[in-house]
Design a binder for this molecule. Structure first.
Ligand code: C2E
Ligand code: CA
Length: 547
C-alpha cells in the first residue's frame, strides 16, 4: 500500500512544493520590488534633501559673497581709519616732541629758579659771600669732623668801627661798593680753605680751618687789623676804617656753632669796649660773664612780676637860681640775692632779650603816674626825664605807648622829657624826625643824651626837633685836667646857645667843675656835687622844701 499511495502522495507533495516555491519566489520578487520602490523613494527624498541643501549652500555662498563685499568695504574704511590714525599718530608724536621740549625748558627754568633760591638762601646778594645760614651749615659740618679728628676751628667775628659816619658820607649806592671792596680784601687775606661770610651790614665772620692753636687764630685776626690800615678805594674816594674782631675757638670756647658765633660776637663787643681796632679772644672770664649775664637775664623776666624794679630820681639844678628845675628818672633793680643792681648791668641785657619794651613801658608809666601824684599833692610841677632805649624807639608802637601813658596818667606832656642817644638820632632819620616832631607837637621835651660820645654827625642837630643837649660826664671829668675837654665843653655850650638849645652838664662832682660851668654860662647841672639819684620818697621831701 505505501507504494501506491506513496507515489501519489509524493507527486502531490512535489506539486505543492513547487507551488509554494513559486509563491515564495513571487513574494520575494514583490518584496524586492517594494524594497526597490522604497529605495527609489528614499533616493528621491535624499535627492530633494540634497537639492534643498544645495539651494541652502548656494544661498549661503551668495550670503558669503555679500558679506565679503561688506567686509571689503569695511576693510577700505578700516584702512582709511588706520591711515588717519597714522597721520594722527604722527601729529601726536610731533606734539609730544614739542611738549618734551617745553618740559625740558621748564625743567631748566625750575633748575635755574632752584639755584637762585639756593643762592638767595645761602649767599649774600651784595658780596656773593656765604651768608649766616650757609656759614652755620658749614661750621656744623666742620665741627662734626673736628670732633672725630681732634681738630680746632677758629671763628673771627668782625665789625667795622665807625661805619655809620662812613655810611652817611657814602650814600646807599657807594656803601654797597665799599662793603664789596672790604669783602674782597678779607677774602684775599685768608687761606682758600677758610670761609669768609657776611652777616649783613658791616658784620663779617671768618671761619679759620684747622688752626694749630688759638694764638694762630689771633695772628690771623691781627693780620686783618693791620690790613685795614690801608684805605679802601671806592669811586676814587679813599676810605679809612678800622675793625674790631672777637675770636672763639672750637672746642674750648664752644661746642656748637651757636655758642662759637655768640661767644666770638661777645668778644667783639669787648674789643669795642676796650677802644676798638683790636682783637679779643673769648676767654674763660668772658664765659663767666656770659653765664652771669644769663642768670641776670633769667631773673629779669621775673623782676617786673615780682615788683623788684624801682625808679630813682636825680635832681637837675639851675646854675642861676640853684633850684631844682627837673629830675632824671634812673631805673634800679632790687635783686633778691645780689642787692641793688645798677642799670649799666641789666639794661643791655633787657635790650638783647626784648624785655626793654615792657620794662621801658613800666618806667614811663611809673614816672608819669608819680609826677601826677606829686602835682596832685600840691608840689610845684616839675619836668621828669625818662631815658629811651634805641630798641624802644625802633618799636613802631612807641608813639601809641607814650600817648597811652599820658592819657592814662593825665599828666600834661610838658612835664615829660625824653632822653634819646645819638645812636637813635643817627638811625633812619625820616622816621626819627617824624616821631620826634609828633612828640614835640604834643609838648614833650626832647634831649640828646651823652652828646658827642658816639660817632655822630652834627647834621641831626639841624634836622631833629631837639630842646636840650646833655654834656656827658667824661668831658666834665676833664675840667682842670685836660684842656681839650674844656674846649669841647665850651664849644658845645656855644653851639647849643647859637642853635637856641638848652644845655645841661652831667656828672658834676666838684666845686671846680661847677664854677667852670657857671663861668661858661652852662644853664643847668646834674651830678653828685648837688644830688645823687634818690628813691621817690626822698625826692618828695626835697621837692617840698624846693617848692
Ligand atoms: P645816663 O643816662 O648817662 O645817666 C646818668 C648816669 O650817671 C646815671 O647812672 C647816674 O646815676 C650817673 N651819675 C649822675 N651824676 C653822677 C655823678 O656826679 N658822678 C657819677 N659817677 N655818676 C653820676 P645810672 O643810674 O647807673 O644809669 C646808667 C645808665 O643806665 C644811664 O646813663 C642810662 O643810659 C641807663 N638807664 C638808666 N635808667 C634807664 C631807663 O629807665 N631806661 C633806659 N633805657 N636806660 C636807663
Ligand atoms: Ca640819661
Amino acid at each position: 500500500m505505501n507504494n501506491k499511495f506513496g507515489k501519489k502522495t509524493e507527486d502531490h507533495l512535489n506539486k505543492n512544493d513547487k507551488k509554494s516555491k513559486k509563491k515564495e519566489k513571487k513574494a520575494n520578487v514583490k518584496a524586492e520590488l517594494a524594497n526597490a520602490k522604497q529605495e527609489i523613494a528614499d533616493q528621491k527624498e535624499e535627492k530633494s534633501d540634497m537639492q534643498a541643501a544645495l539651494l541652502k549652500a548656494d544661498q549661503e555662498i551668495a550670503n558669503q559673497v555679500g558679506e565679503k563685499a561688506d567686509i571689503q568695504a569695511e576693510l577700505v574704511i578700516v584702512n582709511k581709519e588706520v591711515d588717519n590714525q597714522k597721520e594722527e599718530k604722527a601729529d601726536v608724536v610731533a606734539e609730544l616732541a614739542i611738549t618734551i621740549k617745553e618740559l625740558a625748558n621748564q625743567i631748566t627754568l625750575r633748575k635755574e629758579a632752584l639755584e637762585k633760591i639756593e643762592r638767595i638762601m645761602h649767599y649774600d646778594s651784595l658780596t656773593s659771600l656765604p651768608n649766616r645760614a650757609m656759614l652755620e651749615e658749614k661750621l656744623q659740618h666742620e665741627i662734626n669732623i673736628a670732633k672725630d679728628q681732634d681738630k680746632r676751628i677758629g671763628i673771627l667775628f668782625l665789625d667795622l668801627d665807625g661805619f655809620k659816619p662812613v655810611r652817611n658820607t657814602l650814600g646807599q649806592f657807594q656803601e654797597g661798593e665799599f662793603i664789596k671792596v672790604v669783602a674782597t680784601r678779607l677774602t684775599n687775606l685768608v687761606q682758600e680753605s677758610d670761609i669768609v661770610a657776611r652777616l649783613g651790614g658791616d658784620k663779617f665772620i671768618i671761619m679759620v680751618q684747622n688752626p694749630e692753636s688759638s694764638e694762630y687764630v689771633r695772628k690771623v685776626a691781627n693780620k686783618i687789623i693791620s690790613a685795614f690800615r690801608q684805605p679802601f678805594e671806592v669811586n676814587q674816594n679813599e676810605i679809612y676804617v678800622t675793625v674790631s674782631i672777637g675770636i672763639s675757638v672750637f672746642p674750648t670756647d664752644g661746642k656748637t656753632h651757636e655758642d662759637l658765633i655768640k661767644n666770638a660776637e661777645l668778644a667783639m663787643y669787648k674789643a669795642k669796649e676796650k677802644g676798638k681796632n683790636q682783637s679779643v679772644l673769648c676767654t674763660t672770664i668772658m664765659k663767666d660773664i656770659i653765664r652771669e649775664n644769663m642768670k641776670l637775664s633769667n631773673g629779669l623776666y621775673k623782676a617786673l612780676e615780682r615788683d623788684e624794679l624801682e625808679v630813682y630820681y636825680q635832681p637837675q639844678i639851675s646854675l642861676d637860681t640853684k633850684k631844682i628845675v627837673g629830675l632824671e628818672a634812673l631805673l634800679r633793680w632790687n635783686h633778691p640775692v645780689l642787692g641793688m643792681v645798677p642799670p649799666g648791668k641789666f639794661i643791655f641785657l633787657a635790650e638783647q632779650n626784648g624785655l626793654i619794651i615792657p620794662i621801658g613801658k613800666w618806667v614811663l608809666h611809673t614816672v608819669c603816674k608819680q609826677n601826677k601824684t606829686w602835682q596832685e599833692a600840691g608840689l610845684k610841677p616839675i619836668r621828669i626825664a625818662v631815658n629811651l632805649s634805641i630798641i624802644q624807639f625802633q618799636n613802631l608802637e612807641i608813639m601809641n605807648q607814650i600817648n597811652e601813658v599820658l592819657e592814662s596818667t593825665k599828666l600834661l606832656p610838658k612835664y615829660l622829657e625824653l632822653e634819646i642817644t645819638e645812636s637813635i638820632a643817627m638811625r633812619d632819620t625820616v622816621y626819627i624826625i617824624d616821631v620826634l616832631n609828633t612828640f614835640q607837637k604834643l609838648g614833650i621835651y626832647i634831649s640828646i643824651d651823652d652828646f658827642g660820645t658816639e660817632f655822630s654827625s652834627l647834621q641831626y642837630l639841624k634836622l631833629l626837633p631837639i630842646n636840650r643837649i646833655k654834656i656827658p660826664m667824661p668831658f666834665i671829668q676833664g675840667i682842670n685836667v685836660d684842656k681839650r675837654d674844656e674846649w669841647i665843653i665850651e664849644t658845645i655850650i656855644v653851639l647849643a646857645r647859637k642853635m637856641g638849645l638848652a644845655v645841661i652838664a652831667e656828672g658834676v662832682e666838684t666845686r671846680q667843675q661847677d664854677s667852670f660851668l657857671k663861668k661858661r654860662l652852662c644853664g643847668e647841672i646834674q651830678g653828685y656835687y648837688y644830688y645823687k639819684p634818690m628813691p621817690a620818697k626822698d625826692i618828695e621831701m626835697l621837692l617840698q622844701t624846693n617848692s
